[in-house]
Design a protein around this ligand. Structure first.
Ligand SMILES: NC(=O)c1ccc[n+]([C@@H]2O[C@H](COP(=O)([O-])OP(=O)(O)OC[C@H]3O[C@@H](n4cnc5c(N)ncnc54)[C@H](O)[C@@H]3O)[C@@H](O)[C@H]2O)c1
Length: 259
């Protein structure tokens, strides 16, 4: 739980905010005082997150100071541009904290993976983060505001995972993209960091067969899968000035898996 309102001046845009890690991030940032713009491909899920934060859950914007929900597909350049425009119109400023949690899996062994499954995962997990990071950074630089951009990668991007060539490649790409953005944007006062979760209990991992989860859990030094809130704790730290001299970092939240 948040012990202080470290983010009381922050406007936080969270993508993938309708489920799992993104929803937990929205809840945590709001608990630390941030105003949250919750975005998801599933607009109803984003509105439900805003309802959990105590906001009106409106697609059309928010009353002054309130949280708001937005529907957007992060893999579409036009949709991401519209999203940033809508958020700025709604709150009269660009988001100072941007957390990209939107992500998908389309698992298959390399020998059988279709081009479509490759393209979809790269489009959402990697191109989506490029589009959101670029649009948010452009808005911050043109308004002269500092910011913190946090991109959710995965430990799988570092070590690979059977059946996930597409996903592992996308998540490794997120780390390289984020480090490069950190190098380019530091002089504008914009920090960029990635978070590498291990195996976290969300709808995404509910699709993994139980015997695979049991095997992985047996390899985790902490002895159990993580909760979305474990990731949200780290995101809140990276969003806040408590991490003011950290940029280009990749923080693992894995319970020690693959250390
Ligand atoms: N759960 C884990 O163990 C785990 C581990 C490492 C990394 N991650 C990453 O964390 C992030 C969140 O994962 P999760 O476990 O909470 O998954 P989730 O499936 O619970 O949530 C993902 C959310 O992203 C949204 N989304 C999907 N495609 C989108 C698009 N094109 N545009 C906008 N929103 C879109 C979905 O509607 C959903 O609400 C993902 O990037 C995932 O790869 C998860």
């Amino acid at each position: 739980m948040a012990s202080q309102l470290r983010l009381r001046f922050a406007l936080a845009l969270v993508t993938g905010a309708g489920s799992g890690i993104g929803r937990a991030v929205g809840v945590r940032l709001a608990a630390e005082g941030a105003t949250v713009a919750a975005c998801d491909l599933d607009g109803a899920a984003a509105r439900e997150t805003v309802r959990l934060l105590g906001g009106p859950g409106s697609d059309e914007g928010a009353p002054r100071g309130a949280h708001a929900a937005f529907q957007a597909d992060v893999s579409e350049a036009g949709a991401v541009r519209r999203l940033l425009d809508q958020v700025q119109a709604c709150f009269s400023r660009p988001p100072s904290v941007v957390v990209s949690c939107a992500g998908i899996t389309r698992d298959e062994f390399l020998l059988h993976m279709s081009e479509d499954d490759w393209d979809k995962v790269i489009a959402v997990n990697l191109k989506g983060i490029f589009l959101v990071t670029q649009a948010a950074a452009q808005a911050l630089v043109s308004s002269g505001c500092p910011g913190s951009i946090i991109n959710i990668s995965s430990i799988v991007g570092k070590v690979g995972n059977v059946g996930q060539t597409n996903y592992a490649a996308s998540k490794a790409g997120v780390v390289g993209l984020t480090q490069t953005a950190a190098r380019e944007l530091g002089r504008h006062g914009i920090r960029c960091n990635s978070v590498l979760p291990g195996f976290i209990k969300t709808p995404m991992t509910q699709k993994v067969p139980q015997k695979v989860l049991d095997k992985v859990t047996g390899m985790i030094p902490m002895g159990h899968m993580g909760d979305p809130e474990d990731v949200a704790d780290v995101v809140a730290f990276l969003a806040s000035e408590d991490s003011g001299y950290i940029t280009g970092a990749s923080v693992e939240v894995t319970g020690g898996l693959f250390m």
